[in-house]
Design a protein around this ligand. Structure first.
Ligand SMILES: *Cc1c(COP(=O)(O)O)cnc(C)c1O
Length: 371
């Protein structure tokens, strides 16, 4: 089956005793045992598994070509679970342009337990120099937040494999529609399902999908089931509902974003546009090789300073000035002030999540906001 079909049909309709065409929300926290002590319904207690989460995990596994998926209550929890599953003393090579919330976990929660280097993963010849005897993992994020850097997943995967390192890719910006890291050599792919997979800015969640159910996956599964930071059945229901339209939403995001990027690229008040679909993007060729299309995220540098950038985000009428991404509504934000005083993000950077409104309205809105 192709992606569009999997997205709609993966949840086994006949599983429901009442024949529902959409999966009912199963709120029960506990499940009946039979005389032998077994669980004929396949579930024991809803922290460990429940029908809605199982269906969500199954469809994400299929979309990402993995053997298994763990769903979590947020993207950050998914990331944290990977860090928790590592042995104490492990060293991680992470991207310099890492999602700030995950970087913050390493710096403030795992700083006594793990060691790490933040490396520019677009310069692969520099990566090997950071590998030491305790290095256990390479963590990549592509496209990256907020600079939209593209890492060559296949090439980095080879470096990871030849050094026996676990290779994880945060593929949130791409969604499973545009890029499948496991097919390119990743061991684990992570999503903040809050973003494109949810797609409507109304549910928080995360996922990890593994290429193989190996020993490290068992550790992750243990953190998920014993730790219990899992999505509720209703969260899973919303995500399953969203996944059915994911492929079509992504088409619209990509189409709008390409047009907006071309418009902004020619705008006299814009100093730079970071969008992997532009031929001027430094890693455009890599993006073309590993992504089906270029996604709905971009960042721009507004000519001038932070005040000029803030003026733009304060002047929009259709874009909503808010953080996050991947929803049907277009969002715009002054990224440096979201990340706080320690950020390395340029003060004149504006991050844009291109939604599914008509492109003419989006361009007209930025036209007036850029003045
Ligand atoms: C949002 C995001 C996360 C964190 O996900 P939450 O659902 O907000 O916890 C991680 N990585 C990337 C790239 C993100 O955009």
């Amino acid at each position: 089956m192709k992606t569009e079909t999997i997205a709609i049909h993966s949840q086994n309709i006949v599983k429901s005793a009442t024949g529902d065409v959409t999966m009912p929300i199963s709120l029960s926290t506990t499940f009946l045992r039979d005389e032998t002590g077994g669980y004929p319904g396949g579930h024991m207690y809803s922290r460990v598994s429940n029908p809605n989460r199982e269906a969500l995990e199954e469809v994400i596994s299929k979309l990402e070509f993995g053997e298994a998926t763990c769903a979590f209550s947020s993207g950050n929890t998914a990331g944290m679970t990977v860090f928790q599953a590592l042995k104490a003393g492990s060293h991680i090579i992470a991207p310099d342009d890492m999602y700030w919330g995950l970087k913050k976990q390493l710096l403030t929660i795992f700083n006594d337990v793990l060691t790490f280097d933040f490396v520019d993963l677009t310069e692969l010849d520099k990566v090997a120099a950071f590998i030491n005897p305790n290095t256990a993992m390479i963590w990549a994020e592509t496209p990256s937040n907020p600079l939209l850097k593209i890492t060559d997943i296949e090439a980095l995967g080879k470096i990871a494999k030849s050094n026996n390192l676990i290779f994880v890719v945060d593929s949130t910006f791409a969604s499973p529609i545009l890029q499948n890291p496991i097919l390119l050599g990743a061991d684990i792919v992570m999503h903040s399902t809050t973003k494109y997979i949810g797609g409507h800015s109304d549910v928080l969640g995360g996922s990890l999908t593994t290429a193989k159910k190996d020993e490290f996956w068992e550790r992750i599964l243990n953190v998920q089931q014993t730790g219990g930071a899992v999505p509720s059945p209703f969260d899973c229901f919303l995500l399953l509902r969203s996944i059915k339209t994911l492929a079509y939403r992504i088409k619209g995001h990509c189409e709008n974003a390409m047009k907006l990027a071309e418009y902004l690229d020619n705008h006299p008040k814009v100093e730079a546009v970071y969008y992997p679909g532009l031929t001027s993007h430094k890693q455009h060729e890599i993006a073309k090789k590993q992504m089906k299309d270029f996604g709905g995220m971009m960042s721009i540098l507004v000519k001038g300073d932070g005040d000029n950038a803030r003026k733009v985000v304060n002047s929009v009428k259709i874009f909503a000035q808010a953080t996050s991404l991947g929803g049907v509504e277009s969002l715009i934000e002054h990224r440096a002030s979201v990340e706080g005083p320690d950020t390395k993000t340029p003060q004149n950077l504006v991050r844009i999540s291109v939604g599914l409104e008509h492109i003419d309205d989006l361009i007209a809105d930025l036209e007036q906001a850029l003045g």
